[in-house]
Design a protein around this ligand. Structure first.
Ligand SMILES: NC(=O)c1ccc[n+]([C@@H]2O[C@H](COP(=O)([O-])OP(=O)(O)OC[C@H]3O[C@@H](n4cnc5c(N)ncnc54)[C@H](O)[C@@H]3O)[C@@H](O)[C@H]2O)c1
Length: 350
C-alpha cells in the first residue's frame, strides 16, 4: 500500500532539509507521496511551489509524487510532520517567547487535523515540542503524537560520548529524557557501547565519574556564560572549542545553541533525527527511539509531555520496555517535570 508523508513548514530550514533527507533515504517508494503543506497564505503557497520544483529537479527519477497542498484542511496523509513555526526574534533565546508565538499555530493545526485526520501519526519538530504535543493531544489520540526532540538530544549525547571516547556514534546508544530544552536529563546509566575494548569501557567510566564531580546544571551555567561572551564577540570558533572541551552531558546543552546562533537552525541534524523516527514508524519492529510523548502516569507517575524511550508504528507510540529499567533520580525527574510544567503554564497565560 502506498504511503503519504505530509510536511508542514516545508519551506523552512528544517522542513526543506527533511524533504531532501526523506527523498534521498529511499524511505518513500515509487507511487508514494510527499505532500508539502502551506498555511493558507499565497506567499507560503508560492514558496512551496518553488520548493517542489527544486525537489523534483533533484529527485523526480524516484517516481515519488511531490505535491503542494495550500491548506491544512486538505492534507491526506499517513504521517504528518510538523516543522511549522514563527521564527524567534533576533537574539532571543527564551523558549517561552517561542511558545507564546507558536501556541495559536499549534491550536490551529490541532483543530484542523483533529477533525479530518484523526488516524494519522504526527511527528512534532516545532518548538516548544512539549507545548505542541500537549495541544495536539487535546484533539487527537495522544498515542499518535510523537515529539522528536528527545531523539535529537539522544543522538547528540551519543555523538558527544563517541567523540570523547574516540569511536563512532554507530557504536554508542544513549538516552536523554525529559524536556527538549534546559530541563533535559542525559542518562549516563543508559549508555551502551558495542564492542569489547576494555580501554574504551574504562574511558567511559572515567567520563561518568568526572561528570559526577560537579552538578550538571552548574557546569552548564558556566559554559553558557562563557559561550555567550564568545558569541557576543562573533567568535564562533572559540564557542565551539569550549563546547568540544566540555563533558558530553554538558556539551549537548551548548553546541546546538552555538550552531543555531550561527546558522539560525540545525536543519540536517534535526532531519536525521526525524528520519530515524520515520524509519522506526515504517518498519514498526519495536526498535527503541526517543520521543516527547503525553504521559498519563504510565511511567514513574509522570503526567505531562515528557521525553522517554519509545517504540513507534502505525498505531502510534508505546513505551519501550527499556524505559523502566533506566536509573534516574527522583530529584532529576522532578526538576524536569517542574520545568516543563512551568513552560506550559507560561504559554497558557496568553
Ligand atoms: N526539535 C528539534 O530538535 C528542533 C530542531 C530545530 C528546529 N526545531 C523547531 O522547528 C521549527 C522550524 O524550524 P526552522 O529552523 O525550519 O524554522 P523556519 O523559520 O526556517 O521555518 C518555519 C516554517 O514555518 C512556516 N510558518 C511560519 N508561520 C507559520 C504559520 N503561522 N502557520 C504555519 N506555518 C508557518 C514558515 O513558512 C516556514 O516554512 C521551529 O519551531 C524550531 O524551533 C526543532
Amino acid at each position: 500500500m502506498s504511503i503519504t508523508i505530509a510536511v508542514l513548514g516545508a519551506s523552512g530550514y528544517v522542513g526543506s532539509a527533511l524533504c531532501a533527507h526523506v527523498l534521498r533515504s529511499g524511505i518513500l517508494e515509487p507511487g508514494d507521496r510527499l505532500q508539502l503543506v502551506g498555511h493558507g497564505e499565497s506567499s507560503s503557497y508560492g514558496r512551496l511551489l518553488a520548493v517542489r520544483a527544486d525537489l523534483l529537479d533533484a529527485f523526480d527519477d524516484l517516481r515519488v509524487s511531490i505535491s503542494v497542498t495550500p491548506r491544512l484542511e486538505d492534507i491526506e496523509a499517513d504521517l504528518v510532520v510538523l516543522t511549522a513555526g514563527v521564527p524567534m526574534p533576533p537574539g532571543c533565546t527564551d523558549r517561552r517567547v517561542m511558545g507564546r508565538g507558536n501556541l495559536p499555530i499549534f491550536q490551529n493545526i490541532a483543530s484542523a487535523c483533529g477533525k479530518h485526520l484523526p488516524t494519522a501519526t504526527y511527528l512534532v519538530v516545532s518548538n516548544p515540542v512539549e507545548l505542541a504535543v500537549q495541544e495536539l493531544s487535546r484533539t487527537i489520540d495522544r498515542k499518535r503524537i510523537i515529539g522528536i526532540g528527545a531523539e535529537q538530544d539522544s543522538l547528540r549525547f551519543a555523538r558527544s560520548i563517541a567523540r570523547s571516547l574516540g569511536i563512532s556514534r554507530h557504536d554508542v546508544h544513549a538516552s536523554v529524557w525529559g524536556e527538549h530544552g534546559r530541563h533535559m536529563i542525559p542518562m549516563w546509566h543508559s549508555v551502551r557501547l558495542r564492542g569489547d575494548d576494555d580501554k574504551v569501557f574504562g574511558r567511559l567510566s572515567e567520563l561518568e565519574q568526572r561528570a559526577q564531580q560537579q552538578p550538571l546544571m552548574e557546569r552548564v551555567a558556566s559554559l553558557q556564560e562563557a559561550s555567550m561572551l564568545h558569541l557576543q564577540n562573533d567568535d564562533i570558533a572559540s564557542a565551539y572549542h569550549l563546547a568540544e572541551a566540555a563533558l558530553p552531558d554538558a556539551r549537548i546543552f551548548i553546541e546546538p545553541f552555538v550552531t543555531a546562533s550561527a546558522i539560525h537552525s540545525t536543519p540536517n541534524a534535526t532531519a536525521n533525527a526525524v528520519l530515524n523516527i520515520i524509519r522506526a514508524w515504517k518498519e514498526d519492529d519495536g526498535r527503541c527511539v526517543h520521543a516527547q510523548v503525553m504521559l498519563q502516569g504510565e511511567l514513574r507517575g509522570i503526567s505531562c509531555p515528557f521525553g522517554v524511550p519509545v517504540s513507534v508504528g502505525c498505531k502510534g507510540w508505546l513505551l519501550h520496555p527499556n524505559a523502566d529499567s533506566h536509573h534516574v533520580t527522583k530529584e532529576d525527574l522532578d526538576a524536569s517535570i517542574l520545568g516543563i510544567q512551568a513552560s506550559l503554564a507560561d504559554a497558557a497565560t496568553i
